[in-house]
Each structure stands twice: as C-alpha cells, then as structure tokens.
Design a protein around this ligand. Structure first.
Ligand code: MG
Length: 389
C-alpha cells in the first residue's frame, strides 16, 4: 500500500528544535517529506540539511550567507533569500504542517502567512503568541486552522486536555525546572556571568532560550502562551517549580482530579506528537524509568527574585500591547547580557522601564504591533547605550 506522506515545512531548521525535528522526520521518512526548509544564517548546517532532505524549496534570511552558497550544488532545491520570499512560499506551497521553530519576533510574519493560507501549525515559537496571541488565535479560528503546541509544557497540557472540556478546568499547572539559579536570591544574582546563566541543569537549548530560562522569562512567556492557546484567565494559570523536569505540566479539574504528562526532559515527544497529531504513533524513543528517577520535588515559584514572572502576569491581565513590549525589551536585554554590555539583573530594569514608558495600546492591530516592536527595541537599546536604567 502506498502511504501518502505528510508534507512538512520546517522553519528555523538550524536551531535546536529544527535540528531535532529533522532527526525525527529523517527517522520516519516513510511518513513525512520535507517540502520547505528555512534558516536565518547558519549556512553550513543548512546546506547539509538541504542535501539530505532535498526539499523543493529553501529560504535563508542572511544575504551574506545566501551569497556564499553555491546554488548549483543544491541540485533540485531552489534557494531563495529573505522573509518576503519565505512568507510567499509558506502561503503558496502545498504543506500539511508548518513546524514553526524560528526564534523570537521573526516568527510572526511567516506564522500569519501559514494561517492565512489555512495551514496547520506545529508551534514551537512561543514569542508569536506572546506578541500577538489575540490576533493569531482569532485568525486561526477564522481560517479554521489548528495550532498544535510544541513547547513541552503546552504539549503536555494539550495532551492532558484531550477529550476534556475547558469548562471543567480549574487550573493549568505549568512546571518549571527553576533554571540554573533556582533558590538564589537577588544578592546572589548581581554578579552572575553569561557562562553560568547558559548552563541549564536539565535542558540543552539555544542561547536565547537558555537565558530566558535563567531569568524565568521563558516560564513567563509560557504563561502568556498558555493563556492564548487554551483561552483561560490569569487566575487559572499557575507555575510550580519542579527541578527534575519529569512532569512536563498538569491540569487540575473541577472534581479535584489532576492529570499530568510525564517524560524525559527532551523535545522528542512534543515534536513527534505534534507531527503525528491527531494520531499517537510508535516512536522508538528512550523510555522514562521512574525507578531510576526515584523522587520528584516541588517548590513555590519565587516571584520576588524572578520578577519576569510578574511582568508576564501583567501582560495577560492588561493584554493589548504589553506582551509585545515585554518580548521586544526582553530580546534587546538578553542580547545585551549575552554580549556583556549589562549585568544579569539589569535585564529586569530594562524590561520594567520599557513597560512603564511605551504607550499602552488596548486593542492593537497587527500593524500597531510591528510599530510597537520597533519603538520598544529603539527605546530599550537607547537605555542600554546611555546606561540609563
Ligand atoms: Mg517549555
């Protein structure tokens, strides 16, 4: 029997999620075929991916990287340059699932293109919902497309909610490892360096998300992501510190039952589940052995030290443009910390000042959000340049 393969686009294919997804797709080549790959600038890895998956189309964002690549060597794959070309291809091509793994705000336009052309999305890029959750979820409802979460916590909740009614949900419990600085207080965090902030205890991830995990901004973004994905108010979304990262998240129901999803702390299952949804398929992944883990621990989240959580709750309480400002100020602050321009705790100050200073818009259009994003980036960059935070 000839099985029809699912046509997959992997956007952001050279990042950590993109690479993992391609390994999973490669191991299941009878079920999936890659029709489009995109990356920002990592030409070396990208060329190898193109040569092994042979998609018809590939897009690279960096002009320098584009010029460096020998197009003839790519054989049947035609290579295009830049965001506009990527959005057009996402819109025009026949694709069953767009795996969106582009980091940061850059994921927004291609995501919109995918939804407008009625494509289902496996969403790994949480910033898309942080910035424009209201717009994106509204559009996907209108276009009748599915957004399947790939973030491990949201994949867990999505699995726990399978067959349940949202009306019977009392609480979503997002688990958090607490990152490399769990248990530390403000005075301990003043002088931490980039190396220790990047050194996550359980998860191997890209640089941006590793810093976001150290500040708990990542968890904050996940609070916002959960609000939009599952359409629940602030009061129903809680964070619980769970250092082992074995319970990926839980749902507490109105009869006091709690359903949890467990697994090893890697992205295999969330990616595999999203690609195969609505089916569950044999994976061959390493199994979780609870007798080896023995013990699971839990703590309250420390919002006093890790203020990024408070900013996230503010963003889902006020809605409007706050998530967009939070995301843009955070991207600038993380970049400045990574390049050693500012200290760890300065990231909080830059975000706080940006949220206070950028004019609040209650019902922003998508164009407003692009504008607010630029305005916030300029504002927070200036704060850093002038040492004024
Ligand atoms: Mg996560």
């Amino acid at each position: 029997m000839n099985i029809i393969k699912k046509k997959i686009a992997v956007l952001g294919s050279t990042g950590s999620i993109g690479k993992r997804a391609l390994e999973i797709i490669g191991a299941n080549s009878k079920k999936f075929e890659i029709v489009l790959l995109s990356c920002n600038s990592n030409e070396k890895v990208f060329i190898n991916q193109i040569k092994s998956f042979k998609p018809n189309h590939a897009v690279i964002n960096s002009e320098k990287a584009f010029n460096n690549i020998n197009k003839v060597s790519l054989e049947k794959t035609s290579l295009a340059l830049g965001e506009r070309a990527l959005c057009d291809l996402v819109f025009d091509l026949e694709i069953d699932i767009v795996l969106m793994a582009i980091v940061g705000f850059a994921a927004l336009k291609p995501t919109i293109s995918a939804i407008k052309s009625k494509k289902n999305i496996a969403l790994a890029s949480k910033e898309t919902l942080v910035v424009a959750g209201n717009y994106i979820m509204g559009l996907s409802k209108k276009m009748k497309t599915k957004i399947i979460p790939v973030d491990s916590e949201h994949s867990a909740i999505f699995q726990c909610l399978n067959g349940e009614s949202l009306k019977s949900v009392d609480r979503l419990i997002l688990t958090a490892s607490g990152g490399p600085f769990r248990g530390k207080k403000e005075s301990d965090l003043r002088l931490v360096d980039v190396g220790s902030a990047l050194n996550h205890p359980n998860w191997k991830m890209g640089k941006k998300i590793s810093i976001d995990s150290a500040t708990l901004m990542n968890k904050g973004f996940e609070i916002i992501e959960a609000k939009w994905l599952f359409d629940l108010p602030k009061e129903k979304i809680k964070v619980l510190i769970h250092p082992e990262s074995i319970i990926h998240s839980m749902v507490e129901f109105n009869d006091s039952s709690i359903i949890a999803q467990l697994g090893l702390p890697n992205m295999n299952v969330p990616i595999h589940y999203a690609l195969n949804y609505p089916q569950r398929e044999v994976s061959g992944f390493q199994r979780l052995d609870l007798t080896e883990i023995k013990q699971l621990n839990f703590e309250k989240a420390d919002e006093k030290t890790f203020k990024h959580l408070i900013y996230a709750y503010e963003a889902i309480k006020r809605e409007g443009s706050v998530g967009c400002v939070l995301n843009a100020a955070n991207e600038i602050a993380v970049e400045a910390f990574l390049t050693k321009k500012i200290a760890f705790l300065d990231m909080q100050k830059i975000i706080e000042k940006s949220i206070e200073s950028i004019t609040f818009v209650a019902k922003p259009t998508i164009e407003d959000l692009f504008q607010i994003d630029i305005e916030t980036r300029n504002f927070s960059s200036t704060l850093i340049q002038k040492n004024d935070y």
